[in-house]
Design a protein around this ligand. Structure first.
Ligand SMILES: Cc1cc2nc3c(=O)[nH]c(=O)nc-3n(C[C@H](O)[C@H](O)[C@H](O)COP(=O)(O)OP(=O)(O)OC[C@H]3O[C@@H](n4cnc5c(N)ncnc54)[C@H](O)[C@@H]3O)c2cc1C
Length: 471
């Protein structure tokens, strides 16, 4: 890409934007803009020049056309919960906040829901629940994560063990291209294969190729009955083996999650609970199916846990008990951020047969660098979040934290996995992304990605400076 200085947001541009979205839908004062200077990680920050809140696709198109003419960066923003700096305006420019575009239309007859990008994943599910359906991909951040952000990140969640990622649930997208053109990719039918898979290209592109203004998402019926089983283990080996065997023995779990001792200890402290803080941590399994089969299914899981030496197996019965144990797992993810001023997000994935090994490596790295790591993970997908707590003001701790992070990501690549499973590349993982491509002999992919970027965004205005697209 030709690297030019981006165009300036002049008072005249602000006036134009004001005309497009109206006085009530624009922010230009420093105090408000500073609220948009970060995503969910503290250490990637930059001020945008202006934030706009469009109410419909036509306004988005006009904003983008203006930005295209003036060569000004445009950064689409949902809940701002991404953890890689992906949503930060690192070259300044216009942030489009989609909160006013949050309509949801359920179409049960055709098996989909149409959602605008600013609707949160939780809002989509609250609508669907009224009809006995749900939208399966469930980032733990579902209260803030939006349809647009989750699509752009190709997010996952606990239910991915059974249902897969965002990419597996999208039929059609309405998008605004870099020059302001409005178009759609895909079709609102369960099968469609006319042309290249441009829907697939946009999902996971982190706002760098096009702006999503509407999505047609597949839906699934809520299982008649579900059960949750938590197994606590004395050692990592038994926990790792249990995770592996549950899948291998043909159980098709709704969720297959993990939280380690540190994560459980943190959650106990925060929630004032007393779940066992044992060395092997907790394997959390959810199963679903017809009401009359659910106890048998749960029993099979309990038996596997016992066979592999679970210290304690617990099956919560009430909704409150179930929510509490799910919360323990969720808190294990955020624990480092709650105890330390800085949080290094980790999102490694390894082949299913390597989970046990990966857990052992995290433990070694934790000791080697003497850093606080709590592991939470969608272990059923091979995906672990060994998140690291650091104090950025403590130079030594900060460096040790980043060395530990690097070692964990490299270990995942060596085990045949990746440095990211669902959180993406953004700004913070550009270097390791290129390294992974090198190690896998996939550098042609980077060349093609950069060529594709040029075709979609010839003036490099869509979320520029990320994803290793400016080589
Ligand atoms: C506590 C916590 C828990 C989390 N748990 C999970 C989890 O379980 N699974 C998971 O996958 N992730 C998780 N995440 C990461 C994050 O929440 C997800 O990536 C989420 O889907 C991002 O949604 P968002 O609306 O906040 O996106 P934002 O952060 O606003 O944006 C993310 C990216 O999408 C782009 N974007 C936003 N809207 C659009 C649009 N309309 N068109 C094109 N591009 C757009 C942005 O430019 C940016 O590059 C977690 C984060 C936190 C803080």
């Amino acid at each position: 890409l030709v690297r030019k200085m981006p165009g300036k947001v002049t008072p005249e541009v602000i006036e134009e934007l004001r005309k497009i979205v109206g006085d009530q839908n624009i922010l230009t004062d420093k105090a408000s803009l500073s609220l948009y200077s970060k995503g969910a990680v503290e250490w990637v920050a930059a001020m945008p020049d202006v934030v706009v809140f469009p109410e419909n696709t036509e306004q988005v198109s006009k904003i983008v056309r203006l930005a295209y003419e003036r060569e000004i960066p445009v950064i689409p923003r949902g809940g701002g919960s991404s953890v890689t700096g992906a949503v930060v305006a690192i070259k300044g420019g216009i942030i489009i906040d989609f909160r006013r575009m949050n309509k949801i239309i359920v179409d049960i007859d055709n098996g989909y829901v149409i959602a605008e990008p600013g609707a949160t994943i939780l809002e989509v599910n609250n609508e669907l629940k009224k009809y006995g359906f749900f939208f399966p991909p469930d980032p733990a951040s579902e209260r803030i994560a939006t349809v647009g952000g989750a699509l752009a990140e190709n997010s996952g969640g606990m239910r991915c063990a059974k249902y897969g990622l965002m990419k597996d649930w999208v039929l059609k997208l309405e998008v605004v291209l870099a020059d302001g053109t409005v178009t759609t990719f895909g079709g609102a039918t369960y099968k469609e294969r006319a042309g290249f898979n441009l829907v697939g290209l946009i999902i996971g592109s982190e706002g760098t190729l096009a702006i999503i203004t509407k999505a047609w998402l597949k839906i699934a019926p809520i299982p008649e009955a579900t059960a949750i089983i938590a197994g606590f283990f004395n050692d990592l080996r038994s926990a790792g083996k249990t995770i592996f065997e549950i899948r291998r023995r043909g159980i098709d779990p709704l969720i297959l999650e993990y939280a380690d001792k540190e994560g459980i200890a943190a959650a106990n402290k925060i929630k004032k609970t007393s779940y066992p803080e044992v060395d092997g941590g907790m394997v959390l399994v959810g199963v679903g199916g017809p009401a009359k089969a659910i106890d048998d299914l749960a029993e099979r899981v309990v038996n596997i846990m016992k066979e592999f030496g679970a210290y304690q197996v617990y099956r919560p019965k009430t909704v409150a008990e179930r929510e509490e144990i799910l919360d323990i797992r969720r808190i294990a993810f955020t624990a480092p951020g709650q105890f330390y001023p800085g949080f290094i997000d980790m999102d490694i994935v390894v082949p299913l047969s390597k989970i046990e090994e990966a857990l052992a490596i995290v433990d070694q790295v934790r000791k080697k660098y003497n850093v606080y790591i709590a592991i939470a993970g969608h272990a059923g997908d091979g995906n672990l979040h060994p998140n690291i707590g650091v104090d950025p003001a403590n130079k030594d701790e900060w460096e040790r934290g980043h060395k530990a992070a690097r070692e964990l990501m490299e270990a995942a690549i060596k085990l045949g996995g990746s440095f990211t499973a669902e959180h993406g590349v953004g700004k913070t993982r550009e270097e390791i992304f290129v390294k992974q491509l090198e190690e896998r002999g996939q550098l042609p992919m980077l060349r093609l990605m950069r060529e594709i970027k040029k075709i979609f965004d010839p003036k490099n205005i869509l979320n520029p400076g990320k994803f290793a697209l400016e080589g």
